[in-house]
Design a protein around this ligand. Structure first.
Ligand code: 9D3
Length: 250
C-alpha cells in the first residue's frame, strides 16, 4: 500500500510514522508513506494556500489550486481513494478501516484551522471522514488515526503477537478484564476461575464479563449484534444478577 499525506504540518507525522507497528510495517515493505507539504504547490511567492471566504464572515478557506496540483502530481493512471479529513465527514469506524485496508493507494488531505473550498469536496475528494464528535485543531491527528487503524490490518503488520480479527469491535463486544501476576496485590485478588485451569469455565467467564462490560458501557453495540444461544443465556444470568442486587439495595 502507498499512503500519501498532504498537510501544512509534515513534522507532526515523523514520530508517529517511524515508530512501533507503523514504522515496522514500512521497514517490512508493507506500506510506503509520503508526507507532502502542499504549500510547495502554491503558485504565489509567499506560499499562500488559503484565502478569505466569498460572502464574508470569519475564518479562512483552503484554496483549490494547491491541493488539486498536489494530488495531480501524486496520482498517475490509478484511481486512489482521496480522503478529506473534516468535521463534516462520514463517522470513522472499524468497518471503514477494513475497507480502506483493501486499497492499494490512499491519499489523505489535512486542513488546519480552516475549511475547504467546496470544489475540493465535490471534484477532488472521493471520501470525507470525521473521527468523532469533538473539535480538533486540524486533520493531522485524524489522518494519523486512519493510518494507524488501516496499517495494522495489513497482512504481516502485527506479526504473531496478536491477530487483528480477535479485537474488540471486530467481535462486536468489549474485551473482558485481564489479570497477570501476582495472584493477590494489596488485598485485591484475581478471580478464582482464572487460576483454576478449567478452560471451559474460563471461556464462559470471559464471554460473560465481555457481555457485562458491553451492556454497561456500550449498550448500542449490543443492540446491533446477532447473539448466540450462549450469549443469550449469559445475558439472562446478568439481568438476574442485576435484579437480585437491586433487591438487596432496597
Ligand atoms: C467553525 C466550524 N468548524 C467546523 C465544524 C470549524 C472547524 C473546526 C475544526 C474547521 C476545522 C477544524 C479542524 N478539524 C479537523 O480538521 C478534523 C476533525 C475534527 O475536528 N474532529 C473530528 N474529526 C476530524 S477530521 C478533521
Amino acid at each position: 500500500m502507498r499512503i500519501d499525506i498532504l498537510t501544512l504540518f509534515p513534522e507532526m507525522f515523523t514520530g508517529v510514522l517511524g515508530s512501533s507497528i507503523l514504522g515496522k510495517a514500512e521497514e517490512k515493505g508493507l506500506v510506503q508513506y509520503h508526507v507532502v507539504n502542499f504549500r510547495e504547490y502554491s503558485r504565489s511567492k509567499h506560499g499562500t494556500v488559503d484565502d478569505v471566504p466569498y460572502g464574508g464572515g470569519g475564518g479562512m478557506v483552503l484554496k483549490p489550486e494547491p491541493l488539486f496540483d498536489a494530488v495531480e502530481a501524486i496520482v498517475g493512471e490509478e484511481k486512489p481513494r482521496i480522503i478529506l479529513l473534516c468535521p463534516q465527514g462520514r463517522p470513522y469506524t472499524q468497518a471503514l478501516a477494513e475497507e480502506l485496508a483493501r486499497e492499494q493507494h490512499l491519499v489523505l488531505i489535512c486542513g488546519h484551522y480552516e475549511g475547504y473550498d467546496e470544489r475540493i469536496r465535490q471534484h477532488l475528494a472521493t471520501d470525507e471522514i470525521s473521527i468523532g464528535d469533538y473539535v480538533l485543531t486540524g486533520g493531522e491527528l485524524a489522518a494519523m488515526v486512519v493510518v494507524d487503524s488501516v496499517v495494522r490490518l495489513l497482512p504481516g503488520a502485527l506479526g504473531n503477537e496478536r491477530s487483528a480479527v480477535a479485537d474488540s469491535f471486530s467481535t462486536g463486544l468489549l474485551e473482558h478484564p485481564h489479570y497477570t501476576r501476582p495472584a493477590e496485590y494489596r488485598g485485591w485478588k484475581v478471580p478464582d476461575v482464572l487460576l483454576s485451569g478449567h478452560h471451559a469455565n474460563i471461556e464462559r467467564w470471559r464471554l460473560k464479563e465481555s457481555l457485562r462490560r458491553t451492556m454497561e458501557r456500550r449498550p448500542d453495540l449490543l443492540a446491533q449484534m446477532e447473539l448466540t444461544p450462549l450469549m443469550k443465556e449469559l445475558l439472562d444470568e446478568l439481568r438476574q444478577e442485576q435484579k437480585n442486587s437491586g433487591q438487596a439495595g432496597e
